[in-house]
Design a protein around this ligand. Structure first.
Ligand code: FES
Length: 124
């Protein structure tokens, strides 16, 4: 079947593993994509310089939701520095690919992560 999104993207869009508010988060980042109005909130629980837990709430397209889920998975267990080094390309590889017009949607997840880490650094 030739579909717009890959099976992996659709699975993460329909059944994201990291979706939801995190009540005990110690870092929260809220971002929006001014082009389309999509919004994302990233919640992190950071302990001893490592991301112990990550979740998100995203109001947006399938690509934005799928990449939000991917980034939460990729950063769990990583140091802040390691998490910040994750690229859009690496996230998209986890989804196998994204349609060219949807590649920019993955930047929302990166921006949300950066904003949450800024929040953590400010609170320290
Ligand atoms: Fe808005 Fe995808 S269309 S982030």
């Amino acid at each position: 079947m030739n579909s717009y999104y890959t099976k992996e993207t659709m699975e993460r869009f329909l059944n994201p593993k990291h979706f939801g508010e995190m009540k005990d988060a110690n870092a929260v980042g809220r971002v929006g994509n001014p082009k389309c109005g999509d919004q994302m909130t990233v919640y992190l629980k950071i302990e001893d310089g490592k991301i112990k837990n990550a979740s998100f709430q995203t109001l947006g397209c399938a690509a934005a939701i799928a990449t939000s889920d991917v980034i939460c998975e990729m950063i769990t267990g990583k140091t802040i520095k390691e998490a910040l080094s994750i690229t859009e390309k690496e996230m998209i590889e986890k989804l196998e690919k994204l349609p060219a017009v949807k590649v920019h949607c993955s930047s929302l997840a990166i921006s949300g992560l950066k904003k949450a880490i800024e929040d953590y650094e400010e609170k320290k």
